[in-house]
Design a protein around this ligand. Structure first.
Ligand code: PRP
Ligand code: URA
Length: 209
């Protein structure tokens, strides 16, 4: 069973509370999302493997760790996942970015894939799927299905807020995928929105409502 890593950190909690506020502007919302994504990456990357290389410091030669794997792919689920990419690229400027476009059918609540573009060779990279909201889990499960059907095996999922229903849905379908989330909220409402949540993440990032 994939592990669920829920962040319990005062800096993340404070920023997330600001994001939840209905009166937070899109400009502030975007900045906070970028900052939280950056903070969360420390934990997401905790088990990245390292190898020793020999280098020369100004004082002497020595062996020191560098990342073993140098091919990482950040996969935002469009649109809202885009809001987490810059924060991750800040710390991992060498990472590639692949995009999966998913939108929820407002009637059925089912996700529909409308865009897919990955870097060459991504199947063998470490993949971080990012999306601020894990509600029913349908979008995340479909996005991960899509990646696995192309041969990806090393996938982790990073969300800002999850509903318990979404966490369970991902765990049931993808027990090999660890989930990293800043908060697990109470429940979904009848429109499949997370309660208390922060509303529609895409709209809040891009100011579309
Ligand atoms: C939101 C969110 C997730 C999805 C979560 O996207 O960013 O992708 O809903 O819901 P689920 O877990 O029930 O699938 P939305 O469909 O609103 O599209 P957007 O990012 O373009 O706003
Ligand atoms: N998508 C969002 O943006 N917010 C929710 O609460 C649920 C799905």
């Amino acid at each position: 069973m994939g592990q669920v890593h829920v962040f319990d950190h005062p800096l993340i909690s404070e920023k997330l509370t600001l994001m939840r506020r209905a009166d937070t502007s899109s400009q502030d919302f975007r900045l906070l999302l970028k900052e939280i994504s950056e903070l969360m990456l420390y934990e997401v990357a905790r088990d990245f493997e390292t190898k020793l290389v020999t280098i020369q410091t100004p004082i002497c030669e020595g062996s020191f760790p560098v990342l073993k794997e140098n091919f990482f792919t950040i996969v935002p689920i469009l649109r809202a996942g885009l809001g987490m990419v810059d924060g991750l690229l800040e710390l991992m400027p060498f990472a590639h970015v692949g995009h999966i476009g998913m939108s929820r059918d407002e009637e059925t609540k089912q996700p529909i894939e409308y865009y897919y573009k990955m870097p060459d060779g991504f199947e063998n990279s470490v993949i971080i799927v990012v999306d601020p909201m894990l509600a029913t889990g349908g979008s995340a499960v479909d996005a991960i299905n899509s990646l696995k059907s192309r041969g990806c095996t090393n996938i982790r999922l990073m969300n800002l807020i999850a509903a318990p229903e979404g966490v369970k849905f991902v765990q049931d379908h993808h027990p090999d995928v660890d989930i990293f989330v800043a908060a697990v909220d109470e429940k979904l409402n009848e429109d499949a929105y997370i309660v208390p949540g922060l509303g529609d993440a895409g709209d809040r990032i891009f100011g579309t409502k």
